[in-house]
Ligand binder design. Structure first.
Ligand SMILES: [Zn+2]
Length: 287
């Protein structure tokens, strides 16, 4: 049996592309530093809207398979080799946007029993024994049912792991400080005429925006190879993301900033007076 890396990071996401948008720079950095980086994605995102006209014929299972390929390409760009679909590819279907009839599909992730799904994640936690878990806040960042469910399943699995004797030392939620978002959108509004996007999103469109004082950790990758890896990983999700650095758009074609500094709120503890620059800061070297 090969020896496990000392530092082990688990990220739980809803769809292929969420990991690159939220945590691409962080994943690239820790992978390059030799940490174990494990991504668990809960659905194949087969109800996502497809951007490139040439791929518009893809839908349902075919889109899911295509997005699995995009996810593998993105992980390759980030240098991450441990990516898993919760319960195996296709175990949980994409639930679609909140309020759609898709939400009632008995096979969709939104309809999944949280304890059953958490038990599948617990198997991964027992194997990997991560010290750090990264996922969304209780609102899933912006209210998408699969993101909310990913939060619930990750949180439940972390509780089960603690009961099972393999506690996860730190859980973080993906965040973006409001002043950072506001400054980036002010730049975007100036740059918009030169971009391939007709309009800009607003701060209110972004997930996880909170006040500065809730940020515990800041992973800065501006100008580093990790920033380039993040942009490359986002490009790999071509059905979902159009990149024009330092901006990108989703299928709504609204320009938004591509953040190469990533921010985290520590769950269950007040943020420290000074932000840490390492998700593992203060965690004892684990077995
Ligand atoms: Zn998503």
């Amino acid at each position: 049996m090969t020896e496990q890396p000392t530092r082990r990071l688990l990220l739980v996401h809803a769809h292929p592309d969420d990991e690159s948008i939220n945590n691409g720079a962080t994943m690239a950095r820790y992978a390059a530093e030799g940490a174990q980086v494990t991504l668990v994605t809960c659905t194949l995102g087969e109800r996502g809207e497809v951007i490139p006209p040439g791929l518009a014929h893809l839908g349902g299972a075919a889109l899911g398979q295509h997005r699995l390929g995009e996810l593998r390409a993105a992980m390759s760009a980030l240098g991450v080799d441990d990516v898993r679909l919760l319960g195996g590819p296709g175990r949980f279907a994409d639930s679609g946007m909140m309020g759609l009839a898709d939400n009632d599909d008995p096979g969709c992730f939104w309809q999944a029993d949280v304890d059953e799904a958490a038990a599948l994640l617990l198997d991964v936690i027992r194997e990997v024994r991560p010290q750090v878990l990264v996922t969304y806040d209780p609102d899933g960042g912006y209210g998408h049912p699969d993101h909310i469910q990913a939060h619930r399943v990750a949180t439940r699995a972390a509780a089960l792991a603690a009961e099972a004797g393999c506690p996860i030392a730190r859980t973080y939620w993906n965040r973006l400080p409001r002043p950072v978002a506001a400054a980036a959108f002010a730049r975007l509004d100036q740059d918009l005429p030169g971009l391939p996007f007709p309009e800009a999103a607003t701060v209110d469109d972004l997930p996880g925006v909170v006040d500065d004082e809730r940020i515990a950790v800041e992973i800065t990758a501006d100008g580093t190879p990790y920033a380039a890896a993040k942009a490359a990983a986002m490009r790999a999700h071509a059905t979902q993301i159009e990149v024009a650095e330092p901006y990108f758009a989703l299928s709504n074609h609204l320009a938004q900033p591509l953040f190469t500094t990533e921010y985290y709120e520590l769950v269950g503890a007040p943020a420290p007076a000074a932000r840490a620059t390492d998700l593992f800061a203060g965690i004892e070297e684990a077995s």
